[in-house]
Design a protein around this ligand. Structure first.
Ligand SMILES: C=CC1=C(C)c2cc3[nH]c(cc4nc(cc5[nH]c(cc1n2)c(C)c5CCC(=O)O)C(CCC(=O)O)=C4C)c(C)c3C=C
Ligand SMILES: [Fe+2]
Ligand SMILES: [Fe+2]
Length: 330
């Protein structure tokens, strides 16, 4: 399994190293190298590492970054369920994809690698970069191994069922509204992948139209589908949920509406208790625990709301571990 990764420690130098590796990835900031380097060096690295380090400090766990600790727990839970070796790697920081592929392939009896990028929805900045890194490692070390990659699973019925099951204790509570808050993406990352050039983000309902060939790479379509499948499975009434996008960075046009704006709007419209679920992440991380549960709650309360509950990610929920174990069958 491969997740995104975290800094080694919640301190400015470690966060700077991590952000440098992350944001210099051409799949993340999709600009030519000189421009990317200039933006990262001049606008991001002078100030963001300090602010991000403080954010990480507010959620850091005794054993480390939540994303790493919870990913390791997921690995342990899966290991206990299957009789194949299991490793957890990170695209940025440690443990690297290279280290973990080499660990697995040290056993020469292993001829096939099942690679699970831990993202339900397709994006070049997550799935493509992770798969390309695995391919690079295999080529660099001339590994005699077949790579089998699990495709984005945004509407896989087993995944949806596990997601709903993990959210059930929250859905049974009293609440006014649920926000499905997905990690945002610059709109250009979607439109550039639309081979027709005429579909994605050209009209409000493009993601609902029947266009499987473009929806395969359309992050917005895929998050809408996850929401729709979840709502159907959980029996949510249409006026009780909405979709928004978080974690915007920089000046490009990103997907909207913005989660914080939506939370404010809901409070102003009289919602007192909201639930927020973040299905773009399978593991809780800075973006759920700090951006939503701490800062999102502040925004909601300041606008007149009473409470915001973050529905935890699936983490090592048994229903999710069962789904992964099933995917590990030959
Ligand atoms: C141009 C910038 C970014 C794009 C595009 C992007 C896409 C993207 N990211 C995730 C998942 C995660 N992102 C996380 C943190 C994070 N993301 C960005 C920027 C972009 N992400 C930054 C700068 C950071 C670092 C933290 C910060 O300074 O705010 C994380 C959490 C990592 C952790 O340690 O907890 C995750 C997970 C997805 C799914 C995605 C595209 C859909
Ligand atoms: Fe991100
Ligand atoms: Fe689309």
């Amino acid at each position: 399994m491969a997740n995104l990764g975290s800094p080694d420690a919640p301190v400015t130098p470690a966060v700077r190293r991590y952000l440098h590796q992350f944001l210099m990835d051409p799949y993340v900031i999709q600009l030519p190298w000189p421009l990317r380097k200039a933006i990262v060096s001049l606008f991001v690295l002078p100030t963001r590492p300090k602010a991000s380090a403080e954010a990480y400090q507010s959620v850091w766990m005794e054993q480390g970054s939540p994303l790493i600790v919870l990913s390791e727990k997921l690995k342990a839970a899966l290991k206990a369920k299957v009789d194949v070796p299991v490793e957890m790697a990170m695209r940025y920081g440690k443990p690297s994809i290279e280290e973990k592929i080499l660990t697995l392939t040290a056993d020469k009896e292993i001829t096939e690698l099942l690679y699970i990028p831990l993202y339900p929805h397709f994006a070049d900045s997550t799935v493509t970069t992770s798969v390309e890194e695995a391919k690079r490692v295999i080529k660099k070390h001339r590994l005699d191994i077949q790579l089998r990659t699990v495709e984005p699973f945004y509407d896989n019925p087993d995944y949806i069922e596990a997601l709903v099951k993990s959210a059930e204790p929250y859905l049974e509570q009293d609440y006014d509204h649920i926000v499905f808050s997905y990690h945002g993406l610059p709109e250009s990352h979607i439109t550039k992948l639309d081979a027709t050039g005429e579909h994605c983000l050209k009209q409000q309902n493009c993601c609902q139209l029947n266009k499987p060939e473009v929806h395969k790479t359309c992050y917005r379509h895929q998050v809408m589908r996850t929401t729709q499948c979840f709502a159907l499975q959980a029996g949510l009434a249409e006026n009780r949920y909405s979709v928004a996008f978080q974690s915007r960075l920089g000046r490009a046009k990103w997907l909207g509406p913005n989660t914080e704006d939506r939370l404010e709007e809901l409070a102003q419209a009289g919602a007192k208790k909201v639930l927020v679920i973040c299905p773009a992440f399978v593991t809780d991380c800075l973006e759920t625990l700090e951006e939503i549960a701490i800062r999102g709650e502040e925004v909601f309360k300041q606008a007149g709301g009473h409470s915001l509950s973050l529905i935890p990610c699936m983490n090592d929920h048994p229903a999710w571990v069962d789904v992964l174990a099933d995917w590990c069958q030959p």
